[in-house]
Ligand binder design. Structure first.
Ligand SMILES: [Zn+2]
Length: 342
């Protein structure tokens, strides 16, 4: 049986290293832990074992900034501190499982930079040929369908941030008929967006539906001038294999595009379900996560992706983020079993 002290100690050590602006120190810590290599932008890689197939444990090194000063402590069998849940606990579980495993295949540990911002770590890795056959992403799947238990995530939506601009013609606001009001043009655009039915798809019995939300609107100029420019920002949630085009207005710019994902390989799902059953005694359910992860980029590049990790949905990015030590231990055992038996 695994000595959980090591898991807790290393998680706390990594959480203590700030990695919301610069991941360098965290990269170094993780690289030393797995005896790996750091690429030119700070991603950490380590591999062991040989075989026809490559299975990869995927995590990220960065966190969002803490809401207050970074404090790290253990209380009520939980580890507290920014990144404990998203996702340094899971990263350490993956690293220690990687170190302990005797795989029959090639086993790779990869931890990326920039997941919380622009996904630059995973994009860089994929561009440079990182293409494992199977990718296990350690984002949270605990407390979804069953209290204090792990589920297996088989799909998630993607996220696009889109800016749309309308153009008009300025005139004196006392005689708006001489101009063209960009705000009124935007009204039409918003109506078109609202009238566009988001695509949906059934995934393992659950409905997955795209969606959009206008999150910002602005115009510029003096208050007595008909505005010649109006801009909205939209948060668009996408689903795999279905277009959801909202290319209205005079200018359309995609600021961020994090891809959706869906697990295609039934063998991989079953193997992970078996490991959870074996190590915990309960059966996990197949779930769809609301948030996008790095998985979409790996899936697009041909990797079979699946997600399992100790974080509960209430924890990531919350003011007082924490992770359960019991679930973290379960996660470690599941990763190790999968590495040795898949
Ligand atoms: Zn995360």
């Amino acid at each position: 049986m695994f000595e959980s002290n090591e898991l807790v100690k290393k998680t706390k050590e990594l959480v203590k290293i700030p990695s919301w602006e610069d991941e360098k120190e965290a990269s170094k810590y993780v690289c030393d832990l797995v005896d790996g290599e750091i690429d030119e932008i700070g991603n950490v890689f380590a591999s062991k074992g040989e075989g026809e197939k490559e299975i990869a444990f995927i995590s990220h090194l960065d966190t969002v900034p803490p809401s207050n000063e970074l404090e790290v402590y253990t209380e009520n069998s939980r580890i507290f501190g920014r990144g404990a849940a998203d996702m340094k606990g899971s990263l350490i579980a993956m690293a220690l499982a990687f170190n302990k495993a005797s795989p029959n295949q090639k086993l790779t540990f990869a931890s990326f930079v920039g997941e919380e911002t622009d996904a630059r770590g995973v994009k860089h890795a994929v561009k440079n040929g990182f293409s494992p056959d199977y990718s296990i992403i350690g984002e949270g799947t605990a407390n979804y369908s069953q209290k204090d238990k792990l589920d297996v995530c088989v799909a998630h939506r993607g996220r696009k941030e889109v800016e749309i601009e309308t153009k008009g013609v300025s005139s004196h606001a006392s005689q708006p008929e001489f101009g063209e009001n960009a705000i009124l043009e935007m009204f039409d655009v918003i109506k078109k967006i609202q009238n566009t039915e988001p695509p949906k798809e059934e995934v393992f019995g659950e409905e997955m539906k795209a969606g959009s939300c206008i999150t910002q609107i602005e115009s510029e100029g003096a208050t007595n001038v008909v505005p010649d420019k109006c801009q909205i920002t939209m948060d668009v949630r996408t689903i795999p294999n279905k277009n959801y085009d909202l290319e209205f207005g005079d200018k359309h710019r995609i600021v961020t595009d994090v891809l959706p994902m869906k697990t295609k390989n039934e063998e991989l799902i079953k193997a992970l379900e078996r490991s959870v059953e074996k190590e915990t005694g309960y059966s996990p359910n197949r779930i769809i996560k609301p948030q996008a992860t790095d998985a979409g980029f790996l899936a697009e590049n041909g990797s079979d992706t699946i997600i399992l990790g100790p974080s509960e949905p209430t924890e990531p990015h919350s003011n007082n983020e924490s992770v359960s030590i019991d679930i973290l231990e379960d996660t470690y055992n599941v990763f190790l079993d999968l590495a040795n038996n898949f």
